[in-house]
Design a binder for this molecule. Structure first.
Ligand SMILES: [Zn+2]
Length: 370
């Protein structure tokens, strides 16, 4: 496991929430430690992780505010306490002490991103490539270098006035022989959702745009209602439901697509979607969030791993510009949908040409790595 650290920029409200969660973790740590000592003093009882877990469930009933924080980082606290005792018994450390504010500056999210159990409080990347959590919303993150490998867990850390996201990633060694016949490059885009280097295409369902009309209408209606009135609250519900519906449909579509791809191909090459920097044009950004590319990349990553495949993410630079047959750079704006090479005469669909480049880049990268 390797750590990759990135600075994050929570706004004031998000900072308060994060600080508050750290406090809950610290309190949970301290009260578990006190419980453990008490039980031991009373009748040499061993108060272990599972007892602590049970106690936490009881505490949550007594103190509902403990439900505001995702349960994973809270449970992980007991792992930390166990480690502290293990170190003490191995004589590697002093006896565990109660933690003061300044001593407790990080919390661990043992699961990151999407999972089949649908953990809604998990941290993930939003479609805009920001750090996301249902309670916190989107947090700006500076990805100063790509995250290489599969993210196993995330630690959020406060250092002075700054905050950091530390990703623990697992890098699998690339296999020494690659099944090039069964490898595929995928270009995801706006016109079609995905174009494959074998010529297959998947249409863009554009759920959001279709629903957007309904949503806009619902939101307009909402703005006309008197705040806090019964009708207003009803309309808020409706807007929320519409949002939810779109999100669910999109997730379903992406789950199916990524599952089928990971089953059919042993090597999949995509652009590094999290750092794809195209969200400058506002109109465009709508369709991009619609398409949920970041989500798609994450799903592909874990499904490939599950099915024993390899996902290679390549730098998105020039994949749509370069000629896939001769390498000549043919600059074109987004509106130009066909690649016409002035040097070798190749004429291809823009996205198809890109998918061939993505595959080639991935194979080159792989050859350089072994
Ligand atoms: Zn060419």
């Amino acid at each position: 496991m390797l750590n990759q650290k990135y600075e994050i920029f929570p706004n004031e409200e998000q900072r308060d929430i994060l600080d508050c969660w750290l406090q809950y973790c610290r309190q949970t740590y301290n009260s578990a430690l006190l419980d453990k000592e008490r039980k031991y003093k009373r009748n040499k009882e061993n108060f272990n992780r599972y007892d602590m877990q049970r106690q936490l469930t009881l505490d949550k009933m007594k103190y509902p505010f403990l439900k505001e924080i995702p349960s994973q980082p809270l449970q992980e606290v007991f792992g930390r306490l166990k480690k502290a005792f293990d170190n003490f018994f191995r004589k590697d450390a002093k006896y565990p002490k109660l933690k003061k504010y300044k001593d407790y500056s990080s919390m661990t999210f043992p699961q990151f991103g999407f999972n089949d159990k649908g953990n809604r409080m998990a941290m993930s990347f939003s479609e805009n490539g920001k750090l996301y959590n249902t309670k916190l919303g989107e947090i700006n993150i500076l990805i100063h270098r790509p995250i290489v490998g599969t993210i196993k867990l995330l630690v959020i850390k406060r250092q002075g006035k700054r905050w950091y996201a530390i990703f623990c990633v697992e890098r699998r060694a690339l296999p020494s022989a690659i099944d090039t016949d069964n490898s595929i490059g995928i270009d995801v885009g706006l016109n079609k959702y995905a174009v494959l280097s074998n010529g297959k295409e998947y249409e863009n369902p554009r759920f959001l745009r279709k629903k957007e009309k309904q949503l806009r209408k619902a939101q307009r209606k909402l703005s006309k209602k008197k705040k806090r009135s019964a009708n207003y609250i009803k309309q808020v519900q409706r807007v929320r439901q519409l949002h939810q519906k779109v999100a669910n449909q999109r997730r379903d579509f992406l789950h199916k697509l990524s599952y089928n791809l990971s089953k059919d191909y042993s090597v999949i090459a995509v652009e590094n979607l999290n750092i794809r920097n195209m969200v400058k044009n506002r109109k465009l950004s709508k369709s991009i969030s619609d398409a949920g590319w970041g989500m798609f990349g994450n799903m592909l990553a874990y499904k490939c791993e599950k099915n024993g495949g390899v996902l290679i993410k390549v730098e998105p630079k020039y994949t749509s510009q370069d000629c896939s047959s001769c390498g000549n750079r043919v600059t074109k704006t987004l509106s130009i949908r066909t690649h016409v090479c002035t040097k070798c005469g190749t004429i291809l669909d823009r996205d198809y040409n890109a998918s061939l480049n993505i595959l080639q880049k991935a194979l080159d990268e792989w050859l350089a790595a072994i």
